[in-house]
Design a protein around this ligand. Structure first.
Ligand code: NAP
Length: 464
């Protein structure tokens, strides 16, 4: 195991902080402590757990500026988006603080007078979470909040690029009165820590947000001890603009979906399919709006698009653009980089490609960058066929003011999250998650509680 993590600012390549890697013996100790703490935390009554969660959320909100700056420094996202993520992260805690009081069981009418049938819900036990760099606050709280709410204990391993935001969130939880062994953070590299989590029989659940290959590996490794798993994995979202759509509105929503976090979000529009009759007008309006976006250091309040996270992220984006252009796509706007490989920063300017076909990599894989590939369709079923032609099934969007088109898309798109005239569908009170290779389970809403509870059935006999 390496000893330290050098957390770098993606906008400058400079070191933000050196963070110590948690030794494997300390991680094993943390697992034992988390397991021990479960015995008491699971017995704390739901109203007390709710109050502690509310206190944690209040502390996070009062530290918004500090957390937002740390998040921007380590992830590169614009400060205004970091502030938004702090609020979004806290909203999960607020929501699950309420839901803690509503983890209901049920009684079932018996088939005989001498029996009673009762169903209760119990926390699964110690939960280990592994989170990605693109939303270092929200991806943690939407796992921690339901877990703690129902009485589970929790250990998180944040991404090596962005441990600082998560470490601060955990220390705020302790300041709020949540015991130290109930919520813990360990730092290090996924390939080292993943097996410690999955091998331990004390860890009863693995919850992961990240790439599909790592999710598959974690699921496989969780099988030996039959752990519960929740997987929030990669996406490849289609965005369909029907002939009757409000073009101006759709353009605004494409911008909001695509350029948030420099296109490094799992649900951002990755393939834009426009009805051929409106394609020209749509692309002209799109380009005029894209040209207004400011690219720069996220600490600058006027920045709309920050750097991409690292060299590997930049190389994937560049190779997808080169592949598309080599196969006949045209660059309508952008295809410009500001980078310094020695210093280690990479800015990709918003780019729009047209004449994009399914044979191109950009139509087959997640881009994770500020690139819009435009493609056209004639009939709705053709758009749906292209949209569904992917192993991923996280989010899809469609823009239409005709309810028949809308219902058709709603019924035929194979994705867990749909936005109908809505490019930003996420909310703490709604179930977020994917179909197919985009994952298993949901986060948010009442569905987000289910992965953290076991169902226990009691049959009482011998009643006179
Ligand atoms: P990643 O490489 O899978 O990393 C995510 C986390 O997994 C990091 O903490 C990483 O740790 C850890 N990890 C890496 N290799 C591991 C291994 N062998 N065993 C255990 N853990 C391991 O994904 P990423 O590139 O950082 O994140 C982007 C991906 O996340 C995209 O595919 C995106 O779509 C997806 N995502 C999905 C959602 C959703 O809700 N569905 C939300 C956000 C992002 P280290 O980096 O420290 O090694």
């Amino acid at each position: 195991m390496r000893d330290t993590i050098n957390v770098k600012n993606p906008a400058t390549g400079e070191t933000v902080k050196e963070v110590s890697v948690t030794s494997s013996s300390h991680i094993k100790k943390a697992i034992e402590q988390g397991n021990e703490a479960f015995k008491t935390w699971s017995k704390v009554n739901a109203h007390q757990r709710s109050a502690l969660l509310k206190e944690w959320s209040a502390k996070i909100k009062s530290e918004t500026e500090y957390l937002a700056e740390v998040m921007t420094l380590e992830s590169g996202k614009p400060l205004k988006e970091s502030r938004g993520e702090v609020a979004y992260a806290a909203s999960y805690i607020d929501w699950y603080a309420e839901e803690a009081k509503r983890v209901y069981g049920r009684t079932i009418p018996s088939h005989t007078e001498s029996k009673r049938i009762i169903v209760t819900k119990e926390p699964v036990g110690l939960v280990a979470a592994i989170t990605p760099w693109n939303f270092p606050a929200a991806m943690m709280t939407r796992k921690a909040a339901p877990a703690l709410a129902v009485g589970c204990t929790f250990i998180v391993k944040p991404a090596e690029e962005t441990p600082l935001t998560t470490m601060k969130l955990v220390s705020l939880a302790h300041e709020a009165g949540i015991p130290e062994d109930v919520v813990q953070c360990v730092n290090g590299y996924g390939e080292d820590i993943g097996p410690i989590f999955t091998d331990s029989p004390l860890v009863r659940k693995i919850t992961f947000t990240g790439s599909t290959p790592v999710g598959k590996l974690l699921m496989k490794n969780s099988a030996a001890t039959m752990k519960h798993v929740s997987m929030e994995l990669g996406g490849h979202a289609p965005l369909i603009v029907a002939k009757d759509a409000d073009i101006d509105f759709a353009v605004n929503q494409v911008l909001a979906s695509k350029f948030r976090n420099a296109g490094q979000t799992c649900i951002c529009a990755n393939r834009v399919l426009v009805h051929e009759d409106i394609a020209k007008v749509f692309s002209e309006q799109l380009i005029s709006r894209v040209a207004q976006l400011n690219v720069g250091n996220g600490l600058d309040e006027s920045t709309d698009v920050g750097p991409v996270i690292n060299a590997a992220g930049y190389e994937k984006i560049d190779s997808q653009i080169e592949d598309a252009v080599g196969k006949g796509a045209r660059v309508l706007y952008g295809h410009q980089y500001d980078k310094d490989e020695e210093k280690g920063y990479y800015f990709v300017h918003p780019t729009v490609l047209e004449n994009v076909g399914e044979e191109m990599d950009i139509m087959q894989e997640e881009t994770f960058g500020p690139v819009i590939p435009l493609s056209t369709f004639r009939e709705n079923d053709q758009a749906v066929e292209i949209a569904n032609n992917t192993p991923f099934g996280l989010a899809a969007y469609f823009f239409t003011n005709d309810y028949r088109n809308g219902i058709y898309f709603q019924e035929h798109l194979k994705f867990g999250i749909l936005g109908w005239n809505d490019g930003a569908p996420s909310a703490a009170h709604a179930p977020f998650g994917g179909m197919k290779e985009s994952g298993i389970g949901r986060e948010g809403g009442p569905e987000g509680i289910e992965p953290y509870v076991e169902t226990k059935y009691l049959s009482i006999g011998g009643i006179q």
